[in-house]
Design a protein around this ligand. Sequence first.
Ligand SMILES: Nc1nc2c(ncn2[C@@H]2O[C@H](COP(=O)(O)OP(=O)(O)OP(=O)(O)O)[C@@H](O)[C@H]2O)c(=O)[nH]1
Ligand SMILES: [Mg+2]
Length: 470
Amino acid sequence: MSAMLDSGTIAAIATAAGEGGIGVVRISGADAARIAARVFRRGARRAATVDLTATESHRLLYGSIIDPASGTPIDEVLLGWLAAPHTYTKEDTVELSCHGGPVALRETLRVVLEAGARHAEPGEFTLRAFLNGRLDLTQAEAVLNVIGARTAESLRLAVSDLGGDLTRRLAPANAALISLLAYLDASADFPDDEIDTSDINRGLTAAEEALADVVAGSAAGMLLRDGAQIALVGRPNVGKSSLLNALLRADRAIVTPVAGTTRDVIAETVNLQGVPVTLLDTAGIVESEDLVERIGVERSRTALATAAAIALVIDGSVAPTDGDFAVAGMLAARPLDQRTPVVIVRNKRDLADQVDQGELAKVLPESPVVAVSATTGEGLGNLEAALADALRGGASSEARPSLISSRQRAAVDRALRHIHDAQEARAAGFPQDLLATSVRAALHAVGEVTGEDVDDAVLHEIFSRFCIGK
Ligand SMILES: Nc1nc2c(ncn2[C@@H]2O[C@H](COP(=O)(O)OP(=O)(O)OP(=O)(O)O)[C@@H](O)[C@H]2O)c(=O)[nH]1
Ligand SMILES: [Mg+2]
């Protein structure tokens, strides 16, 4: 980490590995202009060197990268000159847009490093943006989520966090805690004065409500970012694999009229109302003598344990069998803390004779029943909505700007705990300095989210998740 905090000029390939139309080598730091001038020759004839410090900022120059040791041209490039402070890092920055071949980029980076830059650590450009005050920590972490976004919805959320929405939503809690602390400190200087406990209560409640509001939006946000797994389970032949294919709109899993077709767990990702969902198609659950089938059933049970929601598939055209009751009973018998929500899927509704499934539905009284046909696609929209609801736990689907990492969530939870401690201390009539200690701890926890109050180890943990060049 100490290497990451030095102020030398850094460089890295900023674009993804592999071949592409263009690839970018980025240089940032006080020496960026001087280093670039050593390896860049302007114009088609590669004759002129440039003095970037005398060049207007935010301009593109056409020319070539040469190896200054031999004069050999390496690539034809566009050089972007971005003078501090209006850059990603707030430092002087040069972006060399090369042809997007791995060798052209590697060679360009090599001569840039030989000319005096140091190879950047993962996330070091963004770390500098943070240390130089261009981004707060919530925005820096949002950069990761913009890059990693898997659906348009999760991208929208990450981009709003990029603009500092989370910090703005934390601001009222921050302000309430600061003024409370000032009040407590001031009254500590005048111990004989009566303090007004209703003021203290009001401050604590305001901070608590602001934080609770942030937490309330976070589950939906985390779901959009991280996605979730949904397991399709049921006895053999009810149409689990057919449903997987229908939801994927692709022929992924093998479907046959033979019971026991699926032997292993098949995982595929779909976009379910903006949530990136991994669907797990499992082996039909039966008592079996066959070794492979037994292993498959075992894996189905494991999938049940990891999934965030379960689709119990039944065949709506026949009366529920002992097999159906066995699977439903197994779901109903899960211990309370493992009761992920279940949606009962009555498949094969295209078949003429639909049979009442009421007795089976009684085994799982909380679960909604959705009728679909994997064959015709009827009812699939309802099924997607029911599954998305199950994942959201009935909470509103509104995705507010929200906590974007479990680290931030843990810090806010900590802040809430300290506020509760303060409330208890006040109610019990404890001395004010004890109260102030809890308020100060709460403020520190809020500061950890935004990065106002964060230590190197946490920074290292966050920025090491970035790719090199970002
Ligand atoms: N008519 C009709 N037939 C269906 C429907 N869904 C599945 N089937 C048929 O039911 C049979 C079993 O389908 P699968 O998708 O293989 O069933 P499964 O639950 O994955 O079975 P296992 O992998 O053996 O556990 C196949 O012949 C499918 O064509 C449906 O909605 N309507
Ligand atoms: Mg199957």
